[in-house]
Design a protein around this ligand. Structure first.
Ligand code: AR6
Length: 187
């Protein structure tokens, strides 16, 4: 039986979650998420890797976004979509995680990064999305806290709102970190 909620078939598709070891720039998914900074103009960590792999078209689109719609930059916990350029992914969702080093310790901001990135990807038309461990690098959050916040936030989303999303993948850099995220998914 199909249950309808707000006009969409609630159980029309099955969402799969997975945690893998790898490089997010190499993921063949519809959208990858960038742990960016508010400037959107690149940086280190996964942001630097994504800009290098995507090529100069990405920076040009980010500059246009800044001058057209985001003159003050992208606020913490928000998300914006660009093209994927030279990446296998069609879209990049840029989000800005909270930075513990400047006192941004609210888990709600981090939760928003995950949920708003999924909403932005769904709106663009993505059926699959890959996340890095947002804020667990240069921004100084504890990896287990990030995994807990991410999994709880995503699993609390209204399924009707994101029913077209079929795959949510977390891309981690070591087997130990991957296993930690898998434990959160299995809990
Ligand atoms: N694929 C998957 N994960 C990666 C990759 C990769 N290619 N490269 C790094 N990671 P970080 P943040 C992991 O520092 O903490 C930038 O300068 C990394 O090991 O990239 O949100 C931005 O411009 C870590 O576990 O993001 C901002 O200024 C996780 O991705 C700032 O860093 C996130 O680490 C954002 O800091």
């Amino acid at each position: 039986m199909t249950i309808f909620k707000r006009g969409v078939p609630r159980y029309a598709r099955t969402m799969k979650y997975e945690a893998v070891t790898g490089d997010i720039t190499q993921q063949s998914v519809d959208a990858i998420v960038n742990a960016a900074n508010s400037s959107l103009l690149g940086g280190g960590g996964v942001d630097g890797a994504i800009h290098r792999a995507a090529g100069p078209g990405l920076l040009a689109e980010c500059r246009k976004l800044r001058s057209a719609t985001l003159p003050d930059g992208l606020p913490v916990g928000h998300a914006v979509v660009t093209g994927g350029y030279n990446l296998p992914a069609r879209w990049i969702v840029h989000t800005v995680g909270p930075n513990r080093h400047v006192g941004q310790t609210d888990p709600g901001d981090l939760a928003n990064c995950f949920t708003r990135s999924i909403r932005a990807a769904v709106k663009a038309g993505a059926h699959s999305i890959a996340f890095p461990a947002i804020s667990a690098g240069i921004y100084g959050w504890d990896m287990e806290d990030v995994a807990t916040v991410a999994v709880n936030a995503i699993q609390s989303m209204d399924t009707a709102e994101i029913y077209t999303m079929e795959l949510i993948r977390f891309v981690l850099t070591t087997p130990t970190i991957r296993n930690l995220w898998q434990q959160k998914l299995d809990a």
